[in-house]
Design a protein around this ligand. Structure first.
Ligand SMILES: NC(=O)c1ccc[n+]([C@@H]2O[C@H](COP(=O)([O-])OP(=O)(O)OC[C@H]3O[C@@H](n4cnc5c(N)ncnc54)[C@H](O)[C@@H]3O)[C@@H](O)[C@H]2O)c1
Length: 473
């Protein structure tokens, strides 16, 4: 190739190069950009590598981390969480065992007859938040901390009566919200007055023969005149209360999905041909006698409860209560214990009907209330006999009354009333086995508490009468 040719080729190449030169410029810009990015990345990676190679503590100081994250890491690393959990467990145990209010202890009233008087005195005082604190006692006993029982809304029909008012005391004491529904036929506001002002207590004047709508979890259905005198006073009303009243309360239970407990009676056994009476015994009842409004009324109430249970899936409980006595019983209501006590206090002769050889068993009211609550809280429908199997003839009872109140009290015999059963004694095997219940208070232990209450009412009433007569004359 000569010089001319060579010069030509170089010229052409230089043209070609000049055409591409700006693009190469761009490429070189890109290259410098990429290389700068690569450089910075490399630097970062190097610094990271350095960081990870540095001791851990130094890393904390270099990189500020969120304080909560640091705390969690610290707790986990130092196993502080285990310590905290152990601490909570020890504190719970201590609190449960040494709770200052004793709020998880079963109420002594029911386990110890001697404390009945003091408990009644307590009931007479205005309730305070300490005495009626939440989750105090349960029919079953102690409740572990953190598993506090649910506060129940409970309605007690007939809650202003004798048994009802004692039941209300217990329910309020354990922290339930209690509504008493009563028409005050045989009950009295005086029996529940000590709860007035307590936000957990409500008193509703209502006749259960009429329907009522309440939002409740449990229904204790006690409304019914219980003494022969009151039952016979208006027999049609008595059977209406038993039948329509029970229907209405079962209807309420169905509507709001509440559990329903019926207080039936040993009278469903009538004049029993089987002794002692077991729940499987069907009874010997006169369906057309003067006492039938009560006896047959309660039998029908039991039938209704079972039909609602089977047909409408209502949770029902049936208690067959045997003779019960205690403070707040109606004075002069024709029931044998209250009759004898009132007569002995007034220095009147004790009236024994018939030959006095008919037998009864007497349970103290606190035992009954414990049984009712266990039944309601338990899983068994019943019926369950709730009574004290200790059997006394009327003459023996009169003797105990003489010993307790007045040894000189006279006994007067009168003709027996129609359909008066000859024998009555509960077989409580079923309640013992399935409810873990049996009465604790003997007649001699319980009677003085009733006598004290009657003495106050009989002589308190007399004093009041004397003051009114003096002031009016
Ligand atoms: N005390 C016993 O020895 C005994 C024995 C067996 C069964 N029982 C049953 O226990 C329950 C309570 O008996 P008690 O001894 O406390 O009787 P009680 O007469 O003292 O109480 C009954 C309560 O029901 C109320 N009452 C009556 N009819 C009512 C109505 N139509 N509507 C609203 N309230 C009405 C009364 O005013 C009273 O407060 C009753 O159902 C009774 O049949 C009691």
């Amino acid at each position: 190739m000569n010089v001319a040719e060579r010069g030509l080729i170089e010229k052409r190449w230089s043209k070609v190069i000049s055409l591409f030169t700006p693009r190469i410029q761009i490429h070189s810009d890109h290259f410098s950009l990429f290389s700068s990015i690569a450089n910075s990345l490399e630097k970062k990676m190097a610094s990271r590598r350095q960081e990870t190679e540095q001791p851990e503590a130094q890393a904390y100081y270099q990189k500020p981390t969120k304080p909560w994250f640091v705390a969690i890491l610290y707790i986990l690393r130092e196993q502080r969480l285990v310590c905290v959990l152990i601490g909570i467990a020890i504190a719970s145990l201590g609190f449960t065992l040494f709770s200052p209010s004793g709020s998880t202890q079963p109420i002594p009233y029911y386990s110890d007859p001697i404390s009945v008087g003091s408990s009644l005195a307590l009931a007479q005082r205005k309730p305070s938040s300490i005495e009626y604190g939440m989750g105090s006692a349960s029919a079953g006993g102690r409740i572990p901390l953190g598993l506090k029982r649910k506060v129940l809304r409970v309605v007690v029909t007939g809650g202003a009566g004798f048994v009802g008012s004692h039941l209300v005391d217990r329910l309020i004491a354990r922290g339930d919200k209690v509504m008493v529904v009563d028409n005050f036929f045989t009950g009295s506001k005086d029996n529940v007055m000590h709860h007035f002002g307590n936000p957990n207590f409500e008193l509703i004047r209502h006749d259960v023969v009429e329907p009522i709508l309440l939002e409740v979890d449990h229904i204790y259905h006690l409304a019914c005149p219980a003494s022969p005198v009151h039952c016979k006073f208006n027999p049609v009303k008595t059977i209406k209360t038993n039948v329509l009243g029970t229907l209405n309360m079962l209807g309420l239970a169905k509507r709001v999905g509440a559990r329903f407990l019926l207080t039936s009676t040993s009278e469903v056994y009538g004049d029993p041909l089987q002794h002692p009476q077991v729940e499987t015994y069907w009874g010997n009842v006169n369906p057309i006698g003067v006492r039938s409004c009560y006896d047959e009324g309660k039998r029908t109430a039991e039938t209704l409860a079972m039909d609602y249970h089977r047909g409408a899936n209502i949770e029902v409980r049936i208690a067959r209560i045997f003779n019960t006595y205690g403070p707040r019983m109606c004075i002069d209501d024709g029931r044998v214990v209250s009759n004898f006590v009132a007569q002995a206090l007034r220095k009147e002769p004790l009236t024994v009907y018939g030959d006095g050889k008919q037998t009864r068993s007497f349970q103290f009211v606190s035992d009954l209330v414990e049984g009712l609550m266990r039944l309601m809280e338990g899983e068994h429908v019943g019926p369950f006999n709730l009574g004290n199997p200790g059997e006394f003839t009327m003459l023996e009872l009169a003797k105990v009354i003489q010993e307790t109140i007045d040894p000189n009290a006279k006994i007067e015999f009168r003709p027996n009333t129609e359909d008066d059963p000859h024998k009555r004694k509960p077989d409580i095997t079923k309640a013992k086995e399935l409810l873990g219940w049996e009465p604790k208070v003997s007649l001699r232990q319980g009677l003085p508490f009733m006598v004290k209450d009657f003495r106050q009412r009989v002589f308190g009433d007399q004093k009041q009468e004397e003051t009114t007569t003096t002031s009016s004359s």
